[in-house]
Design a protein around this ligand. Structure first.
Ligand code: NAD
Ligand code: LMR
Length: 329
């Protein structure tokens, strides 16, 4: 093995997403089957013992690509030299709890982590925030890392994207692989807007194939937007394996690029496109090329979509105001 290993830091490594994620990273699914990795597991002191157990299991898999595992409860150590950082550790929403309630509790986690990334990560660091409220946590971390290009901080809406793909496949009977150009706009929350108006099902416009605006408004959009809550209700715990899968997809796409005839969804720093205020970390249709996400430009936004995008973006602005007033950005 001659390639230099890529250092991947996972926070909340002892949690349920961490457990579903680490083995896939170590097996090569995050970066590629020929890319050696070093894992850094970052936890709080109470999580260290469980992280050690997970590290023992990782050892026991004898993954050929895995070139080392370090465990720490110090962000300055955990992010030292990191090329990829998956910020998963946070307090998950429990039954009956609104995500907005989590802002204050989680804000305190992401500010010091952003600073540690700023001071210690590798120059090419790519950051994906999974821990909720993901968009605003990403904003907090980014604000604490002025030396890192802002676009390296992203928030995960790939799970929402995958959920939307699956629901649309079920409705149309088309295989998931034949559905392209779906978009999740806005916040990773119940206000998010899954948009099929530019999507294609086997080469045909998805909205025309579905041809049922009532289904879009009353079934598709709420099913996708409230899926996280439905899983919490059913499992008594938030989604874990599907969230880990989406994190793998997000970083894999970021590093390896999107297909020429498709795009994906990611929470990225707004440049003001589509009326989303500059600086907010909002979900957009994005392509990825040469390790960079770019917002797809020039899409016509109809009235149905405009209202829904605006509502989700308004929620993001409110969250930004809330963390501003808490002194977190
Ligand atoms: P979990 O409670 O099982 O694990 C969280 C882990 O984070 C725990 O082991 C905890 O000790 C650790 N942790 C807490 N604070 C930390 C810190 N400051 N540094 C390092 N580690 C820390 O939770 P989970 O089910 O793995 O979910 C993690 C987060 O992901 C939650 O916020 C959840 O809401 C979110 N989530 C996001 C999406 C998405 O699509 N964006 C999907 C599912 C879950
Ligand atoms: C999900 O979309 O499954 C999670 O973000 C739900 C949650 O609030 O943890």
């Amino acid at each position: 093995m001659t390639r230099t290993p890529v250092t991947v830091t996972v926070t909340g490594a002892a949690g349920q997403i961490g457990y579903a994620l680490l083995f896939r990273i170590a097996s090569g699914q995050l970066l590629g089957a020929d890319v050696p990795v070093k894992l850094r597991l970052l936890e709080i002191p109470q999580g260290l013992k469980a992280a050690e157990g997970t590290a023992m299991e990782l050892d026991d898999c004898a993954f050929p690509l895995l070139q080392g595992i370090d465990i720490s409860d110090d962000p300055n150590v955990g992010f030292d030299g990191a090329n990829v950082a998956l910020l998963v550790g946070a307090r998950p929403r429990t039954k009956g709890m609104e995500r907005g309630d989590l802002l204050e509790a989680n804000g305190g986690i992401f500010k010091p982590q952003g600073k540690a990334i700023n001071d210690h990560a590798a120059d090419d660091i790519k950051i994906l925030v999974v821990g909720n409220p993901a968009n605003t946590n990403a904003l907090i971390a980014q604000a604490a890392a002025p030396d890192v290009p802002a676009e390296r901080f992203t928030a995960m809406t790939r799970l929402d994207h995958n959920r939307a793909l699956s629901q649309l496949a079920k409705k149309t009977g088309a295989p998931v692989g034949e559905i392209k150009k779906l978009t999740i706009w806005g916040n990773h929350s119940a206000t998010q807007y899954p948009d099929v108006f530019h999507a294609e099902v086997a080469g045909k416009n998805a909205a025309e194939v579905v041809s049922d605006e009532q289904w879009l408004a009353d079934t598709f959009i709420p099913t996708v937007a409230k899926r996280g809550a439905a899983i919490i209700e059913a499992r008594g715990a938030s989604s874990a394996a599907s969230a880990a899968n989406a994190a793998i997809d997000h970083v894999h796409t970021w590093v390896n690029g999107t297909d020429a005839d498709d795009w994906t969804s990611a929470g990225v720093v707004s440049d003001g496109s589509y009326g989303v205020p500059e600086g907010l970390i909002s979900s957009f249709p994005v392509t990825a090329k040469s390790g960079k996400f770019e917002i797809v430009q020039g899409l016509d936004i109809n009235e149905f979509s405009r209202t829904r995008i605006d509502a989700s973006v308004k929620e993001l602005e409110d969250e930004r105001e809330a963390v501003r007033s808490l002194g977190l950005i």
